[in-house]
Design a protein around this ligand. Structure first.
Ligand SMILES: *Cc1c(COP(=O)(O)O)cnc(C)c1O
Length: 386
């Protein structure tokens, strides 16, 4: 089976991990701060805090922005459940802003209308989480302008998008947001096994998130609320968690970061080749906007169901049966049973629902070969003709 995504580990990655295993520190050693600095320098953010997953990153980002009971978090329905769950972890309520039918990102027009209505009802969101779907940035300048007008905070869920660009700058510099999150799960652009980071240009938010990552504890004498009682002394000032990244993970992350540009270039080549191979087929190919450069975490096609005989499901299962590990990103979050129990009917975001009925993610990872791409395209074309 050709998988839909796959990590790419070389000898340098392996050596980096082995070096840590032979060192004095498996966790809380020198590698995590080194990884944080490397990411900060790469994407141009002032502060980076590494954690054990992007899910943890989203959670501490929400906490740092004081999201809590009585507040609203809005995100895209076309995302992994973690982008919404982080709001629920904090006791906030969650709502969804439907997607743009061509980029599959949160629609800024829909967001604008929803904000106008929410203002009248007095239920504006405290936090909005745009998700850079498949590695293409949302329209951050306009979302930022809305955040100024309506007073909400912005967390970019850039789990798909490290290495991508918006208006000629790398995603992650937080020019248009309070906090950005990257994921280093093996299926994402670069990996640390499991892992994630929060990025911010605000030193207070960074400090708070660094504490939340490790039980709410600080060892920084400048931040103690009382005089120190000795060199052993530390203070727990917040209710935090153990969301720490290990040095083993950070070492892998540092090594993988060296290959980020190479990976993203390769992903763009693969996307361009799929575009050639699939041109003229009854499907919509990915649209990349002028102002962006996608990291192409995913390559999603959207079937024109009125122009083919089989159903979406038949095409999907046909590909799987032929050894092509296609996937579907995403089941709209508001249609998950857990969210339906919270009161969503499942028909609140028609564009995301229509998209879900037509989308298929084709295999996309740096080591995918020309021959495999040709096979995927001809197999898909064959199924659509049948
Ligand atoms: C993968 C992913 C996450 C969660 O990342 P983890 O590191 O696995 O916790 C969150 N949001 C989106 C959009 C993702 O794709």
């Amino acid at each position: 089976m050709i998988p839909y995504g796959r990590h790419d580990i070389n000898q340098a990655d392996i050596d980096a991990v082995v070096n840590v295993l032979q060192s004095d520190w498996l966790t809380q050693g020198p590698m995590v701060p080194r990884f944080e600095l490397a990411i900060a320098q790469k994407v141009g953010a002032k502060h980076v805090v590494a954690v054990n997953s992007a899910t943890s990153a989203l959670h501490i980002a929400c906490l740092a922005l004081n999201l809590g009971p009585g507040d609203w978090l809005w995100t895209s329905p076309n995302t992994f459940v973690a982008s919404a769950n982080c709001g629920l972890y904090c006791g906030a309520k969650v709502d969804f802003v439907d997607i743009d039918p061509s980029t599959y990102n949160m629609s800024v027009e829909t967001l604008t209308k929803k904000l106008e209505q929410a203002e009248q009802l007095g239920v504006l969101p405290k936090v909005v989480v745009p998700v850079h779907f498949a590695g293409q940035s949302c329209d951050m300048a306009r979302i930022h302008a809305l955040s100024q007008r309506y007073g909400f905070k912005v967390i970019e869920d850039a789990s798909h998008a490290i290495g991508g660009m918006y208006r000629n700058e790398l995603i992650g510099n937080c020019r248009y947001s309070d906090i950005t999150v990257f994921s280093f799960h093996p299926v994402k652009i670069i990996t640390s096994g499991e892992g994630g980071v929060v990025l911010t240009n605000d030193s207070c938010l960074a400090e708070k998130m660094a504490m939340l990552r490790s039980h709410g504890i600080t060892r920084d004498t400048n931040h103690f609320s009382r005089p120190t009682q000795g060199s052993w002394y530390y203070e727990q000032q917040l209710l935090g968690y153990n969301y720490r990244m290990t040095d083993i993970q950070a070492a892998l992350g540092i090594s993988q970061l060296d290959r980020l540009d190479e990976f993203v270039v390769r992903r763009n080549q693969i996307a361009a080749r799929y575009n050639e191979l699939l041109a003229g087929q009854p499907m919509r190919l990915p649209v990349v906007l002028e102002e962006g450069y996608s990291s192409f975490h995913l390559y999603v096609v959207r079937l024109h169901l009125d122009k083919i005989k089989g159903s979406h499901r038949e095409v999907f299962e046909g590909l799987r049966a032929a050894g092509i590990g296609v996937n579907l990103h995403y089941i709209p979050v508001h249609q998950q049973p857990f969210y339906q129990k919270l009161g969503f009917k499942g028909d609140e975001c028609p564009n995301a629902e229509q998209y879900y009925a037509e989308a298929i993610s084709l295999p996309m990872f740096p080591a995918l070969t020309e021959q495999q791409q040709v096979n995927v395209a001809s197999c898909l074309a064959g199924i659509l003709r049948a």
